[in-house]
Write a protein that binds this ligand. Structure first.
Ligand SMILES: Cc1cc2nc3c(=O)[nH]c(=O)nc-3n(C[C@H](O)[C@H](O)[C@H](O)COP(=O)(O)OP(=O)(O)OC[C@H]3O[C@@H](n4cnc5c(N)ncnc54)[C@H](O)[C@@H]3O)c2cc1C
Ligand code: FES
Ligand code: FES
Length: 504
């Protein structure tokens, strides 16, 4: 395919790298960051393994200013559109050692612990460790094993082992510190933002607004959506990036919602919390876990750290995969989505919105009520009522960085031993994330006893017709539904830390 036959974006792509601004013109909106680095800029320290966000070989670190400070993220450059890092700072594995060759503490720790492995996975591991270093050791915090596992959860090695790398992570604080000149970078990023604003004002009357739009305000986003209903909307691109690299799709025009400040907020109200669609998965799960601590370990089962740092809650919900993990949970919690558009009202265009219960949002396999001019703005989650019990389970072949075979979330209110309300969300068992209404009906009003559990198990096995695929057979999935309900019964009736495999 002739690359010149594709439209090229008008606005230059600019980011901060090694103490200078890198500026590239005519970068296609759907060019990945990895291709930009390796092919255009010949920065080949970053490797390509899977090109699917799975292995972490392509991990780089980006930082943006949040509240005047730098916020660092390890990202999979293979599925990230290059323009998504416009206005940010970037580090690759070639940028850590000092000019005189002194190794960065991350590199020293890898050497000392014999963590350095092959040339494909090591640059990615090192970058995940660098992001970890900036988030912890540079802030005066030590790294424990759990934090190390989380930070490395998006990096795969196919051959040797993880133990020396985890050891390196846990010993980062032992080496002489190396600081990033944050003040200088923050000032440089502010300047990039100011330049962008100026360029935007100068071009305000031009018809062509570019092919990679990254609005920062809600009205600008909704206006862009109204003007370009055919454009590909993206947030973290952890799903959409794969359509480029695995599906070989082209995206001649992209609207990126990830910089819309209003959609990156979590708001707390007495009866509910509202999570902006562009809040990343890590922050969204952390916010949800404040009211419901059981969500914290479930959130850690979602992909790996880099995907959770880039991917958004809104992207997961809007994508509508039947094996998406947040939706069964949100359905069980009675969440609503807020859909927003820029439409004429009494002759004047303005923001309009509608609330849709998540359990009626999906209309078919990866289809939803979202209209072509609409954007998912918020996910509204009711706060727990007194006496709520919640269980949420994900079953996948691997603990880290894997997609669910089945996901089940059960929310119950039990009063004097009798179930007064039940809401159950299920994933991996139908064409869409689903609510188990028949199973709920079998439970409500019943004593929460082995008999009612058994009836619920029969009901849930009949309610869904799962498919067989590479992740699990239909039979296994149906059996899991019953087993997970069993687990919910055990846990909600006081058996903690249940391991079903140890039971007769
Ligand atoms: C290695 C890997 C592991 C993964 N593991 C998991 C997992 O464990 N569980 C899981 O559920 N998913 C998983 N995913 C899938 C993906 O990370 C999630 O679905 C993620 O939440 C998508 O969010 P995003 O911001 O990246 O969406 P994007 O990829 O940017 O967009 C996805 C879709 O949502 C639409 N969209 C995004 N934001 C909006 C909005 N505000 N309004 C309207 N439409 C919007 C886009 O148009 C697109 O159609 C994994 C992906 C990878 C690469
Ligand atoms: S190359 Fe495997 S995650 Fe990017
Ligand atoms: S993939 Fe690099 S050593 Fe295993």
């Amino acid at each position: 395919m002739n690359p010149t036959s594709h439209p090229v974006t008008e606005a230059p792509l600019r980011f901060w790298h090694r103490d200078a601004v890198v500026e590239r013109h005519h970068v296609r909106p759907d060019r990945t960051l990895l291709d930009l680095l390796r092919e255009d800029l010949r920065m080949t320290a970053t490797k390509e393994g899977c090109a699917a966000g799975d292995c972490g070989a392509c991990t780089v670190v980006v930082a943006e200013t949040v509240g005047g400070a730098l916020r660092y993220r390890a990202v999979n450059s293979c599925i990230k559109p290059a323009h998504a890092i416009d206005g940010m700072a970037l580090w690759t594995a070639a940028d850590l050692a000092q000019p005189d060759g002194t190794l960065h503490p991350v590199q020293q720790a890898m050497l000392a612990c014999h963590g350095s492995q092959c040339g494909f996975c090591t640059p990615g591991f090192v970058m995940s460790l660098f992001a970890l270093y900036q988030r912890t050791v540079a802030q005066g915090q030590a790294v424990d094993t759990h934090t190390a596992h989380q930070a490395l959860s998006g990096n795969l090695c196919r051959c040797t082992g993880y133990r020396p790398i985890v050891q390196a992570a846990c010993s980062l604080q032992a080496n002489a510190a190396q600081a990033v000149d944050e003040q200088r970078i923050v000032a440089a990023l502010h300047q990039l933002d100011a330049d962008k604003l100026d360029a935007g004002k100068k071009n305000a009357n031009k018809k062509n607004d570019g092919d990679y739009l990254r609005p920062t305000t809600l009205p600008a986003l909704l206006q862009a959506r109204a003007q370009h209903p055919q454009a590909q909307l993206i947030a973290g691109a952890t799903d959409a990036g794969l359509w480029l690299t695995q599906g070989l799709r082209r995206m001649p025009k992209i609207i990126d919602v990830s910089r819309v400040a209003a959609l990156r907020r979590v708001e707390h109200y007495p009866q509910h919390m509202a999570i902006g669609a562009a809040v990343n998965l890590q922050d969204a799960f952390e916010a949800l876990a404040v009211d419901r601590p059981v969500i914290a370990p479930f959130g850690e089962r979602f992909a790996g750290w880099p995907v959770r740092q880039s991917g958004t809650l809104g992207g997961n919900v809007a994508n509508g995969s039947p094996i998406g993990d947040s939706m069964p949970l949100l359905i069980a919690l009675g969440a609503q989505v807020v859909l927003m558009a820029w439409r004429p009202v009494h002759g004047k265009r303005r923001i309009v919105h509608r609330h849709v219960p998540l359990d009626s949002f999906y209309t078919g396999y990866r289809q939803s009520l979202l209209a072509s001019d609409e954007v998912l703005g918020w996910i509204v989650v009711p706060r727990p009522r007194p006496g709520e019990w919640l269980g949420v389970y994900k079953v996948s072949k691997r603990m880290e960085d894997d997609i669910s075979a089945v996901c089940l979330a059960v929310q119950l209110q039990v009063h004097e031993g009798r179930i007064t309300t039940a809401r159950i969300g299920a994933g991996g068992v139908a064409a869409t994330p689903a609510r188990a209404v028949q199973t709920e009906a079998a439970l409500v009003g019943q004593l929460w006893s082995p008999d009612s559990l058994q009836r619920a198990q029969v009901a849930i096995a009949q309610e869904f017709s799962p498919l067989s695929d590479l992740r699990a057979s239909a039979h296994y999935r149906r059996q899991l539904l019953g087993q997970l309900l069993h687990r919910a019964w055990l846990e909600s009736t006081g058996h903690s830390g249940v391991r079903l495999e140890e039971m007769a």
